[in-house]
Design a protein. Structure first.
Length: 95
């Protein structure tokens, strides 16, 4: 029997309009922000926006919504190391 607490997963969405206006849903926290990088926490991973002149236009954490203005160059998803270890372990076990 597994006594680990159940993790409730929520969906997220990412909408970028002409690389200038971005709306992200499913945001649980803004870890850091700078004019060239915004680091966000989603329920199962981190999301990093890189670009120029980035600024948070509006943050509605109770709704999980973030509105960003500025030129977006890239979007990177990062999986927490603990989850990567679990995936590697599962892969070895099932090989």
């Amino acid at each position: 029997m597994n006594n680990a607490p159940a993790v409730q997963s929520t969906n997220h969405s990412l909408q970028i309009d002409k690389r200038r206006h971005t709306v992200i849903t499913g945001v649980s926290d803004v870890c850091s922000f700078h004019e060239t990088e915004i680091v966000l926490k989603l329920d199962s991973c981190m999301l990093i926006l890189n670009g120029r002149d980035l600024h948070i236009a509006r943050l509605l954490l109770e709704e999980g919504k973030l509105f960003v203005d500025g030129h977006v160059d890239s979007v990177v998803y990062e999986t927490p190391k603990r989850q990567i270890r679990r995936l590697a372990f599962w892969k070895k076990e099932n090989s």
